[in-house]
Structures are given as C-alpha cells and as structure tokens.
Design a protein around this ligand. Structure first.
Ligand code: GLA
Length: 661
C-alpha cells in the first residue's frame, strides 16, 4: 500500500490513540471532542474490545451507538482506525462454545472473565471472527471518517486444545508429506517416540521431561502460520466491502509467537505496540530496537506506532512512570525510525475495569495535569512534522533476525540456561545504538549486499541457504561478525556434523568449532587482549583465520576466542564467547571503523540519539533526541521544525527535527 494514502488523508503524521467511548457518557464525549482538538488528535482506534456491545447475542448486531461515535469523530475532524473486536469474545460466545476457550500446555482450559479468551483454531471462533469483521466492513466500509482497518489486537494467545492438535496434524502432513519424513526430522528414533499414525501426534503439551525439540519448533511454525491464516480471513472479509488499508497491531516483545517477517508481508501497513521494559536510557534503546524491527519487517517502508503508554514502563513487576519530556521523546524516537505517527493506549484512562491503572492521554486527574499538557505538546510537535510523511530511514548495518532461530532457542534441553536469543539481539543492537549507528534487522537468507556490516548473534539455527548466503556476503566484500552458538543446527534442528558452524560459514570464517563449553554460573574469564567475558566458551581451531584474542583459562588457555578471516573481498569475524558490554562495544566500534560506517551525525556525546529520515526526492531531516539531563551544543546548527527557528543547542531532555536538505 502507498502509505501516503493514509497520511494524505490525515493531513500529516498520525497522532492519537485507542478510544473507548463506551466507557463514558455524553458529557465526557463532549469534553473528549474539545480535548482531542486541543491535543491535535487526528486518528483514533475504535472498537478494539467492543464485541459484547456490537453483537449482544449471536448474529444480532447493534451498530447504532458506534454510528453515533463515528459521526461525532468525523464532525470533529478525527479519522478512525476501526478495529475488529475479536481479541475479546463476549461471555455469551464462550458459554455457547466452550470448546473455543484456550487450553494451557498443562491441559487446563481457561474461563472467560478476562480478555483473549479464545482459541484461534476453534472453528466456532474463526467463523464468529470472520462474521463480525465482515459485518463491520459492510456497515462502515464507506464511512467518511474511516482511514484504516485494525484486525484483532496483539495476536498472542496460545492454545493447545484438541482443535489445535487436529490443525497441527494437517499442517504437519503438508510440511512433511509422510510420517517417515516427520519421524526422521524429529529424531523420534530416540526415546521410543516413533509415530505410526498421524492421530498419535499432539501439540507440545506438558510432558514428563524434555519435549521433543522438532515437535516444539514445528509447533511454533504452525502456530504462526495459523495465526496468519486467521488474520487473512478477517482481512479478506473486510476487503469484500472496503479498499482501505488493513493492519494488525503486532506486539514485538521479548518472546515470539509470530514470524514477524511473514506478517510484514501480509499487512498493508506494519503497526506495532511498544512498552519499554526498563526506565531511562534503556527505555530509549528499547524503543529504537523495536522501531528498527518494525521498519525492517516493513521492508524499509514507513510503519506506524499503534500503541505506547503516556506513563507506562514495565520494570520488575511495577509500572513505572515516564519522566517529564519522555512522552515527546519516546514518540519522536519512533517517528525518527520511520513511524508515520505516534499513537497511545488509550485516550482516556479507564475509571473502572481491568486496565484502570494503565496510563492514558487524559489521566484520571483530567486535562489539568502534567500528562495531558505533555500530550498536547507532543501533539503540537507531531503536527509540525507533516513534511516527513512518506520518508524513511536507511541503514548500512544489519543484525540478523530469524524467527526459526528464535523458536529453536526456546526448545528444551539446550546446553546452557543463559542462551537467550532476545538478549543476544538486544545486545548487538544496543552496541550499535550506543555508537550512534542506525541498524536494520535482516533475514539470514535475504540479499545483504546493501550492508557494510552484518552481525549474527545467536543464529543457532541456520539453513544451508542461509549459510551459503552469509558465505557469499563475505566473499562479495561484506564484513560479518558471527557470535557464539550460531549455525549449530539446520532447519530440522539436526546438529551440524564435523564441526560448527554450518560448512559454508566455516569457510568464510576460517574456523572450525570442535567443542562448546558453557561456563559455570557467574564464572568470569579474561581473554589475552584484556577483555572479560562470561557465560560461554568454545574450543575452536583456525583454518585460515588469524587469532585476535585467545582464552587464558583452563584447558582452553592459548586457543582462539576471537578470530578474523580475509575471505574473497570481505572479512569474516568469529566471537566464541560472550564479551562484557565494554569489550563488546569496543569490538563493535572496531568493526564499524573497519567497515567504514560512521555515526549518523558525528560530534554528539553519548546519550544523544540522531537518526536521519530521507524522502525519495532527496529531502532529509535529522531527528535529534537528547536523553541527557544537560544541554548539548549541536555540531551543525540548523532549522528546527519543532520550534520553526534556528537551533544551536538541544535543551536537557529536548528534541529537535532539523532540515538537512
Ligand atoms: C497492550 C494492549 C492494550 C493494552 C495495553 C496496556 O499492548 O494492546 O489493549 O492492554 O497493552 O499497556
């Protein structure tokens, strides 16, 4: 889809959030109209959890109340992202279809009384979801206030019921063709797991000890495909009546039920929700991480931040508040990396109900509050950035990101509990972010030639095609860093024999890993170059590579820890342990200079983020975010769109958008 269609419709970037007027009365709606104008809200997500009101009993719809709200929003100049309410089936639905309630891995069937109480594979649920999506599209497909369709809400619910078992078997038949192939793939020759009929196969429910890893990985793949199929059914039901863009708000958390790349191909506009997992600078780094992931799965195209909190930072079982200035800074952090706006969950903080303590644009205290003042300031700022619409961000560095590798690292029985795909990805991205470099995520099998540097952290599972692609990337002149526990297994989770990683990659790296040796808990080691590390070590031989740092402890003393190999026109680096942050940052800094990658803007101190958005016609903008609590002089002053004037210095915690063209 051409994203310009949405931004043209909105007259610039999007600003707004989830709007649940059904929680309030007429007096509040009137105030909402006024406050939305004040805050420059131009897009609201409506109807996300409204199933019980929209369809009070099976097949009987009540749209009158929604008509009134859409008309009111339209009259107020606010466009609507209309959601299908399928993430929260009403009680009547689950009572009529108890088989559509989700079942946990331990076999417990959940009850209603929360949200997300559905099983995606239950035929009754799928029928009901298609029906209500179609009914909404038929009713509102031509409504003048509609700008976007929002299918469902954060597809995250897993279910291991008998419907799921049946659907899993259908998927397995299509993937493997025969039981012999499946038995071979899953290694069922061990532990007497051989299947002699399809009906014997279950989803990976709780069992006595390690569950079969092949079964677990295939189930993750199946679940993602099944979720995508459920999304497509709703999308297609909508398309019968409307040609507006359709999306779903992806949660991009530290676990993963969906193949984000596959979803990126199916939605008209990639949309994500982002809630930081720690305060301060880490929140900013986390926003950049998720924003870069969103842009990457959108294949570089603009995308949309569908939800964030005005004051929501999840950390250590608490919901921490955002500090003054962070509402704008976090919004711009996403816009800097390609988001076509900044939306929040939710417009008005609920007075009652399950999320009454979640932050909102209008807090319980009302508009006379710091939060609403900051929201209004953010709305003002976003309204000034209309000329950025449709521009995007280019990166010269990529971190490899693969759902199969991620899922593979969640199976039972891996050699260390410290192997953590998400932490490895975050670590690589963080080192690049700290260095002021914008990063893409890339799939291991995609064309990597546009990147000067590629990092491969914890790419445990790597296909033959992926290994060949990485070999080719180095041969053609790329610089590649492969980190420990990569290329260990193929797509069936079968170990690579004869030494790790996969052969084509060994050739590019000029090494052969003979033995993996997880370190003891809290064990610290020092390498010959003085850097320190923990968690993991490997016994490896160089086969053409030079050793840049060696182990100094135990039986590994003197053997290579960090290597570099000139291969073809490029260089393959291998890091066989987990360096501490300082050593890792130094290594990444070295790789960046070797690959001739410079920060987006030089001369900025740490804690000042800079990203450049570029339009197809050559215009570009530097977005600058000062995460420090002191003023920072700009190396190159420029015209700031936020203040519409020249800018020489960023105030403490302040932001700027400089025209660079
Ligand atoms: C999610 C959901 C919202 C809401 C917020 C609260 O991302 O999509 O419905 O629950 O979190 O933080």
């Amino acid at each position: 889809m051409d994203i310009r269609r949405l931004t043209d419709r909105l007259g610039g970037l999007a600003f707004g959030g989830d709007y649940n007027p059904e929680q309030w009365d007429e007096q509040v709606w009137k105030q909402d109209d006024e406050l939305m104008r004040r805050a420059r809200v131009n897009l609201t997500t409506v109807g996300v959890f409204s199933w019980a009101l929209l369809e009070p009993e099976e097949g009987r719809y009540d749209f009158d109340w929604l008509d009134a709200h859409l008309d009111r929003l339209h009259a107020n100049g606010v466009a609507v992202d209309l959601a299908t309410p399928t993430a929260s089936p009403p009680p009547w639905f689950t009572l009529a279809h108890p088989d559509a309630l989700p079942v946990r891995p331990d076999g417990t069937r959940l009850t209603h009384g929360s949200r997300d109480t559905y099983c995606l594979t239950a035929p009754a649920y799928r029928r009901a979801a298609r029906r209500i999506a179609g009914a909404l599209a038929e009713r509102y497909g031509d409504h003048p206030t509609l700008a976007l369709w929002h299918v469902h809400n954060e597809y995250v619910t897993l279910c291991l019921c008998d419907h799921t078992a049946a659907a899993f078997r259908v998927w397995l038949r299509a993937r493997h063709g025969s039981l012999d192939v499946l038995n071979e793939a899953w290694g069922t020759a061990f532990w007497s797991q051989r299947y002699t009929s399809w009906e014997q196969i279950l989803p990976p429910r709780d069992s006595q000890w390690h569950r079969n890893p092949g079964q677990a990985l295939d189930f993750s793949r199946f679940w993602s495909d099944e979720t995508l199929a459920a999304y497509r059914e709703q999308r297609d039901a909508i398309r019968v009546h409307s040609d507006l863009p359709v999306t779903t708000n992806l949660m991009v958390p530290g676990y993963q039920n969906l193949d984000l790349w596959a979803f990126g191909r199916e939605v008209d506009l990639v949309a994500i929700d982002h809630y930081p997992g720690a305060p301060g600078l880490d929140a900013a780094a986390h926003a950049a991480f998720d924003a870069d992931r969103a842009r990457s799965i959108a294949a570089g195209a603009p995308w949309l931040l569908m939800e964030q909190g005005t004051s929501t930072v999840y950390a250590g079982g608490r919901v921490l508040a955002k500090e003054p200035g962070e509402i704008l800074r976090h919004s711009l952090a996403h816009i800097a990396r390609g988001s076509e706006g900044a939306l929040f969950f939710q417009w008005r903080q609920s007075r009652a109900g399950a999320e009454q303590w979640h932050s909102a644009m209008v807090p319980h205290a009302g508009p006379d509050s710091r939060i609403f003042r900051e929201v209004t300031a953010a709305g003002e700022a976003v309204a000034r950035l209309g000329e950025l619409a449709g521009s995007t961000v280019r990166a010269e560095v990529a971190v490899l990101h693969d759902s199969d590798a991620w899922w593979a690292m969640r199976v039972d029985g891996l050699p260390s509990s410290e192997l953590d795909y998400f932490a490895a990805l975050r670590g690589a991205h963080r080192a690049l972010w700290d260095a002021g470099v914008t990063t893409d995520f890339a799939h291991p099998e995609q064309d990597l030639s546009r990147y000067r540097l590629v990092l491969a952290p914890a790419l445990f599972l790597l296909t033959d095609a992926g290994a060949e692609n990485l070999r080719h990337y180095v041969a053609a002149g790329g610089t590649l860093l492969v980190q420990h526990f990569s290329g260990m297994v193929d797509e069936r989770l079968h170990a690579r024999l004869g030494g790790y990683p996969a052969a084509p990659l060994r050739e590019a790296l000029g090494i052969r890993v003979e033995e993996y040796r997880p370190l003891r808990q809290d064990e610290r080691i020092t390498l010959s170059d003085g850097s320190t590390a923990g968690s993991w070590s490997e016994s490896l031989r160089t086969e053409g590579a030079e050793t840049l740092a060696a182990y100094t402890h135990g039986m590994l003393a003197g053997s290579p820890a960090l290597t570099r190999h000139d291969f073809g026109r490029g260089r393959g680096w291998y890091l066989s342990t987990r360096l501490d942050d300082t050593g890792y940052a130094a290594l990444v800094g070295h790789l960046l200079s070797e690959a001739k990658v410079s920060p987006e803007l030089s001369g900025l101190p740490p804690g000042v983020e800079a990203v450049t958005r570029r339009a197809a016609d050559g215009r570009s903008w530097h977005l600058l975010l000062n995460h420090r609590d002191e003023a920072v002089a700009l190396p190159r002053p420029g015209h700031d769109l936020l203040t519409d004037g020249p800018l020489r210095e960023l105030p403490p915690g302040g932001c700027a958008v400089l025209r660079a063209h």
